[in-house]
Write a protein that binds this ligand. Structure first.
Ligand code: GDP
Length: 464
């Protein structure tokens, strides 16, 4: 706790000396990814590392940052990202992973930066504000709803559940019959449960995103609808009301989110649990690739055409795709993981016909939970990672393991012939969840990570 308190007051102490000036440059960084992709851990470790700047050799602007400290965020109506609680979880005597992202939140980190180049000595320090906006990737996929009618969406939603072999019984429902609220609620509950089951099996593109992560709108009529097969929709019928609520969802949920948050971002990082998808099988990998194309479509210039009229939306000019939890692999495997993600992004760019922001793909661990070791096994060197296994959420025994070799050619994993399959022909990639390693933060030494500094370099350096 002592170290933690120190880390926090280091931020607060500086605050009084820095009054926010409206002319100070700000950079709004969006952090997204599906639930459990690693958003919360990423933001917590990034902020702790920026405050301390000790383990960031690849972050070229780091040397010019004189001080970094938390300040009140500019948006009063958005919950604050609970940095202190998350850092406390990770630095506790029995460290545990923090509570993951459930809704949007925001955090402002302000930095005093020395100017580079010829002007460095002349004009002294300037303040740059980094506003980090954390939001569920599930919500991002809702953008696709804007151009769909209730009938289109229903057809697609039912087909997706069928493709994932998830039970959802809408066929026996008479959509033309008079609306009964308990039935609408039951359908919405059943559909949500079906979405959850598909998600667990590896499906990505499941809408409406708020059914999985409702945020503050749980239980409202805009979140109480479900897909129905096509048919008559007389006035007052279940089907008519479902279609009306679907439109209300677009108007009251999707549109405000994109207008108030998404359209104001400058940079975006998309976190992807690529290893988790590989563990789940080809079907899940294929879903991830499709999801990357969907994400890119949202960032296409003009994608928010219907919003551009409302406001001068900013343009996201850099998007980082990061495969998280790379500390599950020995570093000798990281290049292969990166190559797989790069191939997925390249393919998605072609599919989404994406020209716009600069993109990059990296493998990263925001918080390293393992150590590497090499062992002799039957005359061969085997590269292992060692860590404490998470068992039912509790840290269990320590293991050293080799989770399986990723193929050196990404095509081996991404080949179209594999797309429909559920399992890999040559056996599983055996991954376990690790507990966070005990961590003591010292001044000038942020939490240990893998390539978090490279992420910061791509996302921040040129703007500091
Ligand atoms: P969110 O739902 O996107 O906010 O995801 P979290 O940040 O809560 O991360 C979900 C889980 O992934 C955590 O509870 C950890 O088990 C795991 N995780 C996240 N980042 C890392 C990492 O850098 N290394 C390891 N080993 N596990 C991680």
């Amino acid at each position: 706790i002592g170290q933690f308190a120190d880390a926090v007051t280091r931020g607060v102490g500086d605050m009084t000396s820095s009054v926010t000036d409206v002319f100070d440059p700000t950079l709004r960084l969006g952090v997204t990814g599906l639930s459990r992709a690693g958003k919360t851990v990423f933001i917590t470790s990034l902020v702790a590392n920026l405050i301390d700047r000790g383990r960031m050799p690849a972050f070229s602007a780091g040397a010019r940052i004189d001080a970094a400290f938390l300040q009140p965020q500019p948006d009063d109506a958005v919950p604050r990202f609970d940095y202190e609680a998350h850092l406390a979880a990770l630095t506790a005597r029995d460290p545990h992973w923090p509570e993951g992202t459930r809704a949007i939140s925001e955090l402002r980190l302000s930095m005093k930066v020395r100017r580079g180049g010829m002007l460095s000595g002349l004009r002294g320090l300037r303040t740059v504000h980094l506003d980090i906006v954390d939001y569920p990737g599930e919500w991002l996929l809702d953008l696709g709803l804007m151009e769909r009618s209730y009938e289109d969406w229903s057809e697609r939603a039912l087909a997706r559940l069928a493709a994932w072999e998830v039970p959802y019984d809408a066929a026996s429902v008479d959509g033309a019959a008079k609306l009964e609220e308990p039935q609408a609620q039951r359908l919405a509950r059943d559909y949500t449960a079906a979405m959850q089951a598909a998600r667990t099996a590896g499906a990505y593109d499941l809408t409406p995103g708020r059914f999985l992560l409702p945020g503050e709108m749980a239980g409202s009529p805009a979140l109480t609808f479900a897909p129905l097969p096509p048919g008559e929709a007389p006035r007052g019928s279940l089907r008519r009301e479902m279609a009306r609520r679907f439109e209300a969802y677009k108007r009251h949920v999707v549109q405000p989110f994109f207008r108030d948050h998404f359209a104001r971002l400058d940079r975006q990082v998309v976190l992807l649990d690529v290893l988790g998808a590989i563990r789940q099988g080809p079907h899940a990998v294929e879903e991830m690739r499709a999801a990357i194309a969907d994400v890119l479509s949202a960032f296409k210039p003009g994608a928010l055409g219907w919003l551009m009229q409302l406001l001068g939306a900013r343009r996201v000019d850099r998007i980082l795709f990061a495969a998280t939890k790379a500390d599950h692999l020995h570093h000798t495997q990281h290049a292969r993981l990166t190559a797989i993600l790069e191939a997925m992004v390249k393919d998605a760019k072609a599919r989404a016909d994406f020209a716009g922001a600069r993109t990059q793909a990296i493998s990263m661990a925001a918080l390293r939970a393992t150590v590497e070791e090499t062992r002799e096994h039957e005359g061969r060197h085997v590269a292992l990672v060692r860590g404490r296994v998470l068992e039912d959420g509790m840290p269990g025994r320590e293991v050293a393991l080799h989770p399986g070799d990723l193929p050196d050619d990404p095509a081996h994993i991404l080949t179209p012939a594999r797309r429909g399959a559920r399992t890999w022909p040559e056996g599983d990639y055996d991954l376990v969840d690790f507990a966070p390693a005990p961590l003591t933060l010292r001044r000038g030494e942020g939490p240990p990570h893998v390539r978090l500094d490279r992420a910061a370099e791509f996302l921040l350096s040129d703007r500091l």
